[in-house]
Design a binder for this molecule. Sequence first.
Ligand SMILES: Nc1ncnc2c1ncn2[C@@H]1O[C@H](COP(=O)(O)OP(=O)(O)OP(=O)(O)O)[C@@H](O)[C@H]1O
Ligand SMILES: [Mg+2]
Length: 289
Amino acid sequence: MRPGDPFSLETYHLFKHPPFEHPSFCNFNIIEVIGRGTYASVYRAMRGHLMYALKQFEFDSNVGRLSILASFDREIRAHAQFPNNVHRNITRLISLVLGECGVPTGLAFEYVAARSMVGRRFDLVILERIAHQVAEALVFTRRHHVIHGDIKPNNILVSDDGTVIKLCDFGLATVVESGQRARIQTYGHGTLPYTPPETVPTGHAVPFLTYASDIWSLGCVLFEAATCIAPFLRNDDHRTIQAIHEGAYTWPENCTNAHFRAIVDSMMRHDPLVRISLDLLLSSSLCSK
Ligand SMILES: Nc1ncnc2c1ncn2[C@@H]1O[C@H](COP(=O)(O)OP(=O)(O)OP(=O)(O)O)[C@@H](O)[C@H]1O
Ligand SMILES: [Mg+2]
């Protein structure tokens, strides 16, 4: 990021809790890489005796510079919506991280001793806990007018014993200005196998996101965490989109209990208005623990 980039000063000020000092990347002792995403690398790092997860945006990568800036901007804006920036199921943004010339190039988060859900299978007790705690996080984000927009296994951290569950990565989040919907710039917002039908509409319909979009994606994540199968993932994008619209997925015969399946099914209803609401989900037996 260079001085004078369009959003830098504005978003910089959004995330200022005086008295506050934003550290430089060189103030941290980097221990290891813990994640490499589309826009950023994430490092486990120490500063003094505290551990952080440092998300450094890769401005030299092949991804367009403007999309990286947009992701950085969205992440700060979303966290700036959260009072005191604290919810037990959301990774806490602590500060910006400054690069050379003193301009922000990254973000310092609380380090969470947990791994993403990618490639992991969970038993019913932990699945229920994940459903419950991510739903709690989504109630909080909704209360503060934020749609996460990219719920997927990479963006949910779960400790080995299942007691720590946190939603991370607000790099595709949207702050809803009014009402229940947000217009989106691109067809297929988010990560295709987890994206809901309203973001990849057929015909000439305009793509949109609602709070219910995050529920669809959470349904896909729960399905995959129970079966190791991403319900709508196909060999190519066209078939994936077709499967999303047709609701074409099949539960493996040996899979979990019927009640779990019925609730996950209700999270993946095509019409966001008839998809199970967060409130109903939280009052369901899936979220009773
Ligand atoms: N606060 C944290 N504590 C521990 N690990 C974290 C933390 N934040 C992120 N990670 C790890 O880093 C990975 C990438 O983080 P994040 O999703 O924020 O980056 P990204 O560049 O947006 O990734 P992607 O493009 O894959 O969504 C996560 O999947 C997780 O494994
Ligand atoms: Mg991510």
